[in-house]
Design a protein around this ligand. Structure first.
Ligand code: UMA
Length: 429
């Protein structure tokens, strides 16, 4: 893509926007930027009236909500092309791209895939929704490198050119409905990952997820499953098989829970498209440590085990966590900023929970739903109060788990900040 001397607006000044600005400026585009947060107004380069300026194209960050955005509407009416940050980075990248999306497990699968490929000797780049924008690394990619890109629905919403050679959709469960309006729309957005894939490219889907299993969005599709399949990657006799070959014993997987088993299956399925030995898989999996705030056991205080699963920002993720600890007496901390989700879907599963401790904007909604299904629940307005109540009321042997099923934005800037706060409160830091 030629950007030299082009007049470009970057919309959104977070990590993605900043990386896009750097990339574009390096290639001598004339870049100005805009952000709805007017705190950025005084920055040199901030455009106060973008609706009145002419641009060759606009680059938008994933967090920009498209529906009902009058500025984007203005650009569209004036036929100014709008590119996602992912598309921009793609134009400047080389080599193979592995793209991983889904409601839950994206980060774990991206990290593990990257680790296996590295163990097999590939030069890889790990980027995307995981925290490092693709635009920040795209220029370092080479024709023989592999970019492992975690891709979110936010990124895909405005993406039109991004073309992975291997894409994987892990699972699709209701999430981000406040942004997309309906589950159908959310599935459609996620399906965009395969939009530009060619016949020689491969789409990998989860056979055990009822929505992904039925997706008909690419001709060359392969499956992974926790049950035996005729071909593909599957579990059989306590081992992971790639077609007929046993590549890893389940006992060698250090990660907890069924969901993590799915995550390993997905990574193996992706890596089966590269020259990867069983040893490389074994080394990567056995030495794998997941990112923080994902079913992270913080430790034991006065006999109470604290688990930080702050990354669980939707019901499906909380289900996976509660299932992983189902044999323990659980105090479950749930709440935060809701995404128009129905919690009856969770409580109707009849988990054995010692106490449901609700907090934040969604506290009443979660509390009412928990009560409706006969759970012992208590509700707090503030996160800190809920956590401290647990610290004072959990008994030796209990598991106090933060797995909120909601985003953190009512009280925090991210799930990570919420997780750190939890850690600080329970460990008395
Ligand atoms: N902004 C506006 N108008 C809006 C919305 C946001 O001007 O309507 C501005 C904000 O004021 C802010 C900037 O946009 O200055 C933030 O941009 P952004 O929200 O796109 O955030 P980035 O810092 O660029 O981070 C994004 C991803 N964030 C989101 O998708 C919300 C990060 O994923 C990602 O790691 C990063 O790009 C690098 O690729 C985070 C995330 O929460 C972890 N993702 C969601 C998730 O995993 O569920 C999708």
């Amino acid at each position: 893509m030629k950007v030299k001397n082009k007049n470009v607006l970057v919309y959104g000044l977070g990590d993605s926007g900043r990386a896009a600005i750097n990339l574009l400026r390096k290639h001598k585009a004339h870049v100005s930027f805009f952000d709805d947060n007017l705190a950025f107004r005084e920055y040199v380069g901030f455009e106060r009236e973008p609706q009145k300026q002419d641009y060759d194209f606009v680059v938008i960050s994933p967090g920009i909500k498209c529906i009902g955005n009058s500025l984007l509407e203005n650009f569209r009416e004036r036929k100014i092309p709008i590119f996602s940050e992912l598309d921009l980075a793609y134009f400047f990248s080389k080599g193979k791209i592995v793209a991983i999306t889904g409601t839950n497990g994206k980060t774990t699968v991206s990290m593990l895939t990257n680790k296996i490929l590295r163990a097999a000797g590939y030069k890889t780049f790990l980027c995307g929704n995981i925290g490092l924008p693709f635009s920040a690394v795209c220029e370092e990619t080479t024709k023989d490198s592999v970019t492992v890109c975690e891709v979110s629905n936010f990124q895909l919403e405005t993406t039109n050119f991004f073309h992975p050679q291997i894409a994987c959709i892990l699972n699709l469960k209701p999430d981000h409905l406040d942004r997309h309006g309906s589950f159908g729309e959310y599935v459609e957005v996620k399906s965009r990952i395969a939009k530009n894939m060619k016949l020689r490219d491969t789409l990998i889907l989860n056979f055990d997820d009822e929505t992904t299993k039925l997706l008909k969005i690419h001709k060359k599709t392969e499956f992974f499953s926790k049950n035996r399949l005729k071909k593909g990657v599957f579990l059989w006799k306590s081992a992971i098989f790639v077609n007929k070959k046993n590549v890893l014993d389940v006992k060698d997987i250090p990660l907890k829970g069924e969901k993590n088993l799915e995550n390993v299956l997905a990574s193996v399925a992706i890596c089966s498209h590269f020259k990867v030995s069983e040893n490389a898989i074994f080394d990567a999996v056995t030495n794998f440590t997941p990112a923080s705030h994902r079913m992270e056991i913080l430790g034991e205080m006065s006999g109470v085990t604290y688990v930080d699963d702050s990354k669980a920002t939707n019901v499906a993720s909380t289900v996976a966590c509660v299932e992983a600890f189902s044999d323990k007496p659980i105090f479950l901390l749930m709440g935060g900023h809701g995404k128009e989700i129905n919690y009856d879907d969770f409580f109707s599963l009849k988990f054995s929970l010692k106490k449901v401790v609700c907090f934040g904007e969604e506290s009443n909604k979660i509390f009412e739903s928990a009560k409706k299904f006969g759970y012992d629940a208590i509700s707090f307005e503030k996160f800190d109060d809920a956590v401290l109540w647990c610290v004072n009321n959990c008994e030796s042997g209990d598991f106090c788990i933060l797995s909120p099923a909601c985003s953190s934005f009512d009280e925090f800037s991210s799930y990570a900040e919420r997780g750190e706060r939890f850690k600080g409160l329970v460990l008395g830091l």
